[in-house]
Design a binder for this molecule. Structure first.
Ligand SMILES: Nc1ncnc2c1ncn2[C@@H]1O[C@H](COP(=O)(O)OP(=O)(O)OP(=O)(O)O)[C@@H](O)[C@H]1O
Ligand SMILES: [Mg+2]
Length: 257
């Protein structure tokens, strides 16, 4: 339960002259939830893009599941169990909920283009397995009743949950959520919070890293929070420590009021 799963050392990334992330040091253990907060443009999403290897760092290291992954690709780290959602919903509206989750499982290498083209028996078996796995993920998260619906028929709060379900379908080691409550009303936000707590209970070894603007969500869910401002970590600690930190109040909480 206390195994360290993800750790960065002096992770840095600049775009032109803009330093998006500077010397970012974080770590997270299996089974824990950590948060990243900070004002717009603080570099939060850039951290996720570095961790998921969408961006290559300028400096620093990332250790994931005991390996240095700085030379690995997006697909490689995803296969190793690093999964994420994006700030904007990215569900396929032309696919139903079940198929949206199946998409996440469709690339395990055994289901080749060749077997797909020639409809080999192997493909059918593989397809059945993918369907079963996607369905059991939806069942576990109490979303199975929506399996045949288009995401566009769901409320935004449920669309967010389906996205999270898709990110969980591969049984990742780390789940990264980029502003999961963006666009949700207070009631939906509170339901999402319960949903994330439920995930923690159902996936006890999963480490969750969440970026959020909604203070109540981050303070309620996380046991440790990193506060980013202009690329730098200006504070870190427990929710209580963060809430009483004058630097944080000035840079972020003050701005909210
Ligand atoms: N691909 C890119 N090219 C150029 N600049 C970028 C790129 N990605 C991010 N940036 C810049 O890096 C800085 C940090 O952006 P980032 O998206 O990480 O912030 P954020 O904390 O996620 O903000 P928000 O709360 O608005 O989502 C910003 O100044 C942004 O303009
Ligand atoms: Mg962002």
């Amino acid at each position: 339960m206390t195994e360290q799963i993800l750790k960065t050392h002096n992770l840095s990334k600049a775009f032109g002259g803009v330093c998006a992330v500077k010397d970012f040091n974080m770590e997270i253990n299996a089974g824990r939830i950590r948060g990243i907060i900070g004002p717009n443009g603080a570099g939060k999403t850039t951290i996720f893009n570095l961790l998921s290897r969408i961006y290559k760092e300028d400096e620093g290291t990332i250790e994931f599941a005991g390996q240095d992954v700085t030379s690995k690709s997006q697909i490689e780290v995803a296969r190793m169990g690093l999964s994420r959602t994006f700030q904007n919903t990215r569900l396929f509206v032309g696919l139903n909920v079940l198929d949206n989750v199946k998409v996440a499982l469709d690339h395990d290498g055994k289901y080749s283009l060749f077997s797909a083209l020639f409809k080999l028996p192997f493909r059918n078996k593989q397809e059945r397995m993918i369907k079963e796995k996607a369905m059991s993920c939806l069942e576990l998260l109490n979303l199975d009743e929506f399996a045949k619906l288009s995401p566009s028929n769901l409320s935004y709060g449920y669309q967010r949950r389906v996205e999270i379900a898709r990110a969980l379908a591969n049984d990742p080691k780390v789940l990264m959520l980029d502003e999961p409550a963006a666009g949700l009303n207070p009631e939906e936000t509170s339901m999402l919070m319960d949903f994330i707590k439920d995930i923690q209970a159902k996936y006890p070894n999963l480490a969750i890293l969440v970026i959020e603007h909604r203070m109540e969500l981050i303070m309620n869910l996380c046991d440790h929070i990193y506060v980013q401002d202009s690329g730098l970590t200006i504070a870190e600690g427990t929710p209580a420590e963060i809430q009483s930190n004058p630097k944080v109040l000035a840079a972020y909480l003050g701005e909210e009021e």
